[in-house]
Design a protein around this ligand. Structure first.
Ligand code: G3H
Ligand code: 13P
Ligand code: NA
Ligand code: ZN
Length: 330
């Protein structure tokens, strides 16, 4: 059944677990997520970005998620709009039937220029008023996340926004978070705690202190009833990088957020964990490996390599449901 983000995250808080929120663009990703959720009995959050709507088309994206709800009636599913750039974008998603929207007022409508705090409060509060009137949840964002902050520049070429993240002044301030939640009434709050979007988060192997766990604890202590959201939470599996590079790819050395650190965050109020890059890497790795394999050289049925893609993504989804504790909670 389609449920609101609020309903699902209230349950997650009550039972102390977290939920991966997977970005979706195509049917194979949706199949992978639902098959994994079915296998481990987990609720599901699927989210569509502006890029997803551009790629699939709004009607296709919506109907594919609705198809998942119909095919798996016993699994709670949130249809969430990721990074809404303006109130107008959020209203369109609400009209389309999304059960949750993100109003990302941390950036101006161009999604490049950092916005003022006052702008963020104003647009987010407006969306909350409209969304709540029709039972739709709202995620806001406060603080400066890596690649989006630099307009996603560098995301594809290995030159991420890493240096920027070393400045603790860019992490979400707990007092301002409390003020923001009070002023806007958001159901969930995305916080800046050391992550960035895309594959190029860190150029060195993790040392166990990738996330600003201390800051998560401070924010959770200040606003214990607000569900915290972690963007840029892909773990960038080294095994998939190797498979891509062993089969004609050329992805430079790079590291993501270790799953154990996300699990630590979940102990301190993190309930929604956004993951896009990991499914992209697994899908690309599986397709490359399939097509590079001489044993498949005579194949030309796309279903063959798309099944390989689906299977690879399914394994990641299942591992995250299990690690974050949502398995068994559907
Ligand atoms: O927040 C960013 C997500 O990874 C979506 O990326 O805009 O390329 O669909 P996208
Ligand atoms: P990743 O790029 O780490 O997968 O993050 C995705 C995200 O935060 C979508 O909003
Ligand atoms: Na989001
Ligand atoms: Zn994000």
């Amino acid at each position: 059944a389609l449920v609101s983000l609020r309903q699902l995250l209230d349950h997650a808080a009550e039972y102390s677990y977290g939920l991966p929120a997977f970005n979706v663009n195509n049917m194979e990703q949706i199949h992978a997520i639902m098959q994994a959720a079915e296998a481990v009995d987990s609720p599901v959050i699927m989210q569509g970005s502006a890029g997803a709507r551009k790629y699939a088309g709004e009607a296709f994206l919506r109907h594919m998620i609705a198809a998942a709800v119909e095919a798996y009636p016993h699994i709670p599913v949130v249809m969430h709009q990721d990074h809404g750039a303006s109130p107008a974008v959020c209203i369109q998603a609400i009209r389309s039937g999304f059960s949750s929207v993100m109003m990302d007022g941390s950036l101006r409508e161009d999604m490049k220029t950092p916005a003022t705090y006052e702008y963020n409060v104003e647009v987010t509060r407006g969306v909350v008023q409209m969304a709540h009137a029709v039972g739709v949840s709202v995620e806001g964002e406060l603080g400066c996340l890596g690649s989006l902050e630099t307009g996603m520049a560098g995301e594809e070429d290995g030159h991420g926004a890493e240096g920027v993240l070393d400045h603790s002044s860019l992490l979400t301030d707990p007092e301002q978070a409390a003020d923001f939640v009070k002023a806007t009434g958001v159901d969930a709050l995305a916080i800046a705690i050391g992550t960035s979007h895309g594959a190029y988060k860190f150029s060195r192997p993790p040392t166990g202190e990738t996330l600003a766990i201390g800051r998560i604890k401070e924010i959770h202590a200040r606003i214990p009833n607000t569900h915290l959201v972690m963007h840029g939470s892909s773990s960038v599996p080294q095994e998939w990088l190797k498979i891509i590079n062993d089969n004609g790819g050329a992805i430079p050395e790079t590291y993501g957020v270790p799953v154990e650190e996300i699990v630590e965050g979940i102990k301190h109020g993190v309930r929604k964990v956004n993951i896009d890059t990991d499914l992209r890497l697994a899908s690309t790795g599986a397709v490359r490996r399939h097509l590079y394999d001489p044993a498949n050289a005579k194949d030309f049925d796309p279903r063959k390599f798309l099944i390989a893609s689906t299977k690879a993504m399914q394994d990641i989804c299942r591992a995250r449901f299990e690690a974050f504790g949502s398995a068994g909670q559907a």
